[in-house]
Design a protein around this ligand. Structure first.
Ligand SMILES: Cc1cc2nc3c(=O)[nH]c(=O)nc-3n(C[C@H](O)[C@H](O)[C@H](O)COP(=O)(O)OP(=O)(O)OC[C@H]3O[C@@H](n4cnc5c(N)ncnc54)[C@H](O)[C@@H]3O)c2cc1C
Length: 248
């Protein structure tokens, strides 16, 4: 049975024969059947195979993809999951040169992919009312999953991003409606801009889903507290933090 321990240790072990053997033994294996290049940094990735069949999946769950070894993984959010046919899709964002970014950039149809999951991560099922989703490039997949799971529900998205044009293009191709984009600024001054959208959403009875950069989540949570939004109306999950690797 797969371990429930975090996959990353502070000093990841190199991908040796043991890591590869464990990967084959413990993880699910899928074929990469499509890699759609939405932009320089975004890839819409389809994984397919018998191991993806008959699995319960809910929007917000994660998969942990092996980066060549069971000891090094990076985490992604399925957009959808067809457990009858046996396929899922994730949206990979390559922000830099870490193993995850290299994997996203280098992946092609015909490759294999080993992963753990789907596993619980963020559960929005108890949230009522319209959803307000805050995040960044890494949150687009989650936003799609939430939007697709119930198209009658209002899902308003606000993303802090490095490249507004690139993200707007990716969002359009994904068919995500209603996304506000804010350009990242040095010193995070743009977070005030994001926070300025909160009072109207809070007044409208929205529930809040906060993902992406840890520091931004913290600031938005604080603003929501100051607005008197009950913690039962907020769920959050840090997807990355400066200086940390492989959060899950
Ligand atoms: C539950 C969960 C779900 C996730 N879902 C998705 C998803 O669907 N799609 C997706 O693309 N990512 C997703 N992520 C984020 C992704 O796992 C991280 O961005 C991951 O760190 C990227 O791996 P890396 O090897 O490129 O960088 P790492 O080696 O992990 O990080 C190196 C350094 O890069 C910086 N960094 C990391 N991520 C980012 C970033 N996004 N932007 C700017 N700087 C960064 C940090 O300073 C970090 O120390 C998710 C993360 C979690 C925890």
């Amino acid at each position: 049975m797969p371990s429930t321990e975090p996959l990353e240790s502070p000093a990841p072990r190199p991908a040796g024969r043991l890591g590869k053997a464990l990967m084959r033994l413990l993880m699910k294996s899928a074929a990469v059947t499509a890699v759609e290049r939405l932009s320089d940094s975004f890839r819409l990735i389809t994984l397919e195979g018998a191991a993806l069949r008959d699995l319960p999946w809910i929007a917000g769950q994660k998969v942990q993809v092996a980066m060549g070894s069971a000891f090094v993984a990076r985490t992604y959010t399925p957009i959808d999951w067809d457990s009858t046919a046996g396929w899922t899709r994730i949206l990979g964002y390559a922000h830099g040169s870490g193993p995850g970014s290299a994997w996203v950039r280098g992946l092609k149809a015909g490759d294999r992919c080993e992963f753990f999951g789907p596993r619980s991560s963020l559960d929005t099922r108890r949230l009522s009312g319209p959803l307000a989703v805050f995040g960044d490039e890494t949150s687009l997949g989650l936003a799609c999953a939430l939007y697709r799971q119930d198209r009658t529900r209002s899902v308003a998205c606000h993303f802090e991003v490095r490249d507004m044009e690139e993200c707007a293009g990716a969002i359009a191709q994904l068919g995500l409606p209603d996304a506000g984009l804010t350009a990242r600024q040095d010193g995070d001054t743009h977070v005030l801009e994001l926070a300025a959208t909160l009072p109207a959403l809070a007044k409208a009875g929205a529930s809040f889903v906060l993902t992406g950069k840890a520091g931004t989540i913290q600031k938005l949570r604080q603003s929501l507290r100051q607005l008197g939004v009950a913690s039962a109306r907020v769920v959050s999950k840090a997807y990355w933090a400066p200086g940390k690797t492989g959060l899950d």
